[in-house]
Design a protein around this ligand. Structure first.
Ligand SMILES: *[C@@H]1O[C@H](CO)[C@@H](O)[C@H](O)[C@H]1NC(C)=O
Ligand SMILES: *[C@@H]1O[C@H](CO)[C@@H](O)[C@H](O)[C@H]1NC(C)=O
Ligand SMILES: *[C@@H]1O[C@H](CO)[C@@H](O)[C@H](O)[C@H]1NC(C)=O
Ligand SMILES: *[C@@H]1O[C@H](CO)[C@@H](O)[C@H](O)[C@H]1NC(C)=O
Length: 337
């Protein structure tokens, strides 16, 4: 009952268009896209509704630790403009930096685990780099109308990076999920584990909802999952600093109309950090363990830049938060925090 099979150009990728009849065995069934709505609060701006997707690209993992990044990239191209990229296998390996900023109306369903390779030398040179706070990304999502969901795991294999930090305190470590210039979409029902650096960097983006995200960073040895990028080591104060830097949950930069809700995060730095020029952000029903909570971070950091971080609503975040409850205030770099 498969209507058509097209573009099986690449091993590991099959593309279906149209619908399969139920239980016909023509293609694995896909979980429905979750309905994600801001609740109970909203920033008052319209959230664009994604139209249904009309084709599906199934990505078959090579297995045995082989790199699946080219297949995932090809699937994103083949299913761009209205498709679903289905990652249904138990494990995918990403060993190459993936620039997914061309996306137009695409869903990604992640059911298994996506793991990034431990090749520090490769990632240090190939990751996407941005001037702002030296951000470095394994992959980046951008474009218009992108939804990522499915109950799966994105694993940054942070341990090798934390261990390397012991001998290289200036190591530039990738952020686990890069969202650069994405207008419209959501990330829902995903687990993020062991990012080398922050969990999310969201920049130049608007109209996004993050919902039901579970984020944990746990070192398996005595090298804390909590290393900073600063070259500080010995004294007590410096050790303290080293242990409390840089595993932020969400870092929002130059972004508007963002909702973060119904999520759990166990980390060591900010749960949500508002960098310059983030506006209309709602944070609600977050459970933050071990973090500072919510901070308006790094404003006024660059000379001659005006930073505007305005209209926050932060509600019902629980945890050991030391900074919390930023309620509808307009911040500028000169506002005392
Ligand atoms: C800790 O993580 C490293 C790097 O991923 C891995 O090689 C090692 O086997 C892990 N050790 C344990 C005890 O899980
Ligand atoms: C530390 O890592 C950076 C890459 O992030 C590299 O440029 C630098 O040479 C490394 N330093 C040492 C001492 O290995
Ligand atoms: C965001 O947009 C600005 C202006 O176009 C650009 O300079 C910057 O590189 C973009 N991305 C990030 C992460 O800052
Ligand atoms: C923030 O927005 C203001 C006003 O639009 C602009 O002047 C400034 O350059 C922006 N800063 C950053 C870091 O994007």
């Amino acid at each position: 009952m498969r209507e058509s099979v097209m573009n099986v150009a690449l091993l590991g990728l099959s593309t279906f268009t149209g619908l399969c009849a139920a239980a016909s065995g023509c293609a694995p069934s896909l979980p429905p896209r979750p309905t994600v709505v801001p609740f109970p609060y909203n920033h008052g701006k319209h959230h664009a509704i994604s139209p249904p997707r009309t084709k599906t690209c199934y990505v078959h993992a090579f297995g045995n630790g082989q790199d699946d990044s080219q297949t995932i990239f090809s699937a994103a191209k083949a299913c761009n403009n209205g498709g679903t990229v289905a990652l249904l296998d138990p494990e995918y390996i990403i060993g190459q930096a993936l620039d997914l900023t061309f996306l137009q109306s695409v869903d990604f369903i992640i059911q298994g685990e996506i793991r990034f390779t431990e090749d520090i030398n490769y990632w240090v040179q190939a990751s996407f780099k941005y001037a702002y706070q030296g951000a470095s990304l394994f992959w980046q999502f951008g474009g218009v109308d992108v939804n990522v969901y499915g109950g799966g795991v994105i694993n940054g294999n942070g341990q090798v990076w934390w261990d390397r930090m012991v001998t290289n305190t200036t190591l530039q470590r990738p952020i686990l999920v890069g969202v650069i210039g994405l207008q419209g979409g959501m990330f829902s029902d995903l687990s993020l584990s062991n990012p080398p650096n922050w969990f999310h960097f969201v920049a130049n983006s608007s109209d996004l909802i993050f919902d039901k995200m579970t984020m944990t960073a746990l070192s398996n040895d005595s090298n804390a999952a909590k290393n900073s990028g600063e070259s500080k080591r010995n004294s007590h104060m410096e050790e303290k600093s080293r242990l409390t830097d840089l595993e932020d949950g969400w870092d929002l930069y130059r972004s508007d109309a963002i909702v973060i809700q119904n999520s759990y995060i166990s980390n060591d730095d900010d749960c949500v950090s508002f960098k310059p020029n983030s506006t209309n952000v709602v944070v609600q029903n977050l459970r933050c363990t071990g973090s500072h909570g919510i901070s308006v971070g790094s404003l006024g950091q660059y000379l001659g830049e005006t930073d505007i971080a305005g209209k926050f609503t932060s509600l019902t975040a629980r945890g050991e938060n030391k900074r919390l409850m930023i309620q509808k205030r307009i911040f500028t770099s000169t506002t005392p925090l």
